[in-house]
Design a protein around this ligand. Structure first.
Ligand code: SF4
Ligand code: SF4
Length: 276
C-alpha cells in the first residue's frame, strides 16, 4: 500500500488553504446563492448579502447557526479563497466600499476557490506518490496554480480553468488508481450509498470518489487509504471512527458529517466544534 510521506514539502501552502474569516470581507455570505435543499432555512440570491452579515463582515448568529437551521454555513469551507480574494482585490476596496467592483471581486473569489480546491488535492497527491515523474508533474501544476492566482483580479475575464482542471484530474485519477491497485480493491460501479450501513466493515483502499454517501454509517469501519475524493458524506455517521489515514477528504466534507470526540481525523483537518 502506498504510504504518505512524513515530510510535507508544501506545509506552508497548507496554511494558505485554512479559512481566515477575520481577513475576509464575508465573501461567501454575499457572493454565493443559498437554497433550502443545501441546508439553509430560506433561498438567497447570489450577490445579495445575507441578512445576518454585520458591518464588520462577521456573522450575527455565528453561535446559533445550528439552532437557526443554517447547516449549510456550518459545513461551508472556502479553502482560504475568501481572505485571498479579499486581499488580492483590496487596493480597489471591497464589494461594500466599492460596489462597482463587486462583480470582479466575486469572480476573483470563485476562481481562487477552484484554484485552492485543486491545490488542496494536489498537495495530498504529492504526499501520496513516490513516483518521480508524477511528483514533478504535481510540482509544475502547483507552480501553475500560483501563477494563475497571481494574475488576478486583472485577468479574471481571460481565466479559463478547464484545461488546467483536466491536467489536475488526470494526476488525481493516476494516484487514485495506483492506490486501488496496490490495495487490490475495486471501485463500486453505481456510486450510490445513500443511508448505507457500513458498520464495522473493512473498507481499506476502497475508492468512493464522487460517490453519494449521504447519511451512511461508517461507525467502527476500517478506512485506511479509503478514497473520499468529492464524495458527498453529508450527515454520514463517523462517530468513534478512525479517518486519520483516509485520503482526499476536505474540511467541508468533515464539517457536514456527524462525528464525536472519538473520531480521528487526518492531520490537515480540524475537528468541528460540535464534535467536542
Ligand atoms: S448566516 Fe452568518 S455565516 Fe451564514 S451566510 Fe449569513 S452571515 Fe454568513
Ligand atoms: S469566504 Fe471563507 S474566509 Fe471568507 S467569510 Fe466565508 S469562510 Fe470565511
Amino acid at each position: 500500500m502506498t504510504n504518505k510521506k512524513t515530510e510535507n514539502k508544501y506545509a506552508d501552502y497548507a496554511l494558505k488553504l485554512k479559512i481566515d474569516c477575520k481577513n475576509c470581507s464575508g465573501l461567501c455570505c454575499v457572493s454565493l446563492y443559498c437554497i433550502k435543499t443545501d441546508g439553509f432555512p430560506a433561498d438567497k440570491e447570489a450577490g445579495i448579502p445575507c441578512a445576518y452579515l454585520n458591518s464588520d463582515y462577521g456573522c450575527n448568529i455565528h453561535s446559533k447557526l445550528s439552532e437557526k437551521n443554517y447547516k449549510g454555513c456550518i459545513a461551508y469551507d472556502c479553502f482560504g479563497a475568501g481572505q485571498r480574494a479579499t486581499q488580492l482585490c483590496l487596493t480597489n476596496g471591497t464589494w461594500k466600499t466599492n460596489p462597482k467592483q463587486a462583480d470582479i471581486i466575486f469572480e476573483t473569489f470563485m476562481i481562487v476557490f477552484q484554484l485552492h480546491q485543486m491545490l488542496w488535492y494536489l498537495m495530498e497527491a504529492f504526499q501520496l506518490t513516490s513516483d518521480n515523474k508524477l511528483e514533478s508533474t504535481i510540482d509544475q501544476l502547483i507552480q501553475e496554480n500560483e501563477q494563475i492566482a497571481e494574475m488576478l483580479p486583472e485577468n479574471c475575464s481571460k481565466t479559463d480553468l478547464s484545461a488546467y482542471r483536466l491536467k489536475v484530474n488526470t494526476v488525481l485519477k493516476q494516484i487514485s488508481s495506483a492506490i486501488s491497485i496496490s490495495t487490490s480493491t475495486s471501485r463500486h460501479s453505481d456510486m450510490m450509498y445513500l443511508g448505507k450501513n457500513f458498520k464495522k466493515a473493512n473498507l481499506d483502499g476502497k475508492d468512493f470518489s464522487m460517490s453519494l454517501m449521504i447519511a451512511s454509517n461508517f461507525t467502527g469501519c476500517s478506512l485506511k487509504k479509503t478514497n473520499f475524493l468529492g464524495a458527498d458524506i453529508r450527515d454520514a455517521n463517523v462517530k468513534d471512527t478512525d479517518l486519520s489515514e483516509s485520503i482526499f477528504l476536505t474540511q467541508m466534507q468533515i464539517n457536514s458529517a456527524i462525528g464525536n470526540k472519538n473520531t480521528r481525523l487526518p492531520d490537515n483537518l480540524s475537528r468541528p466544534a460540535a464534535w467536542f
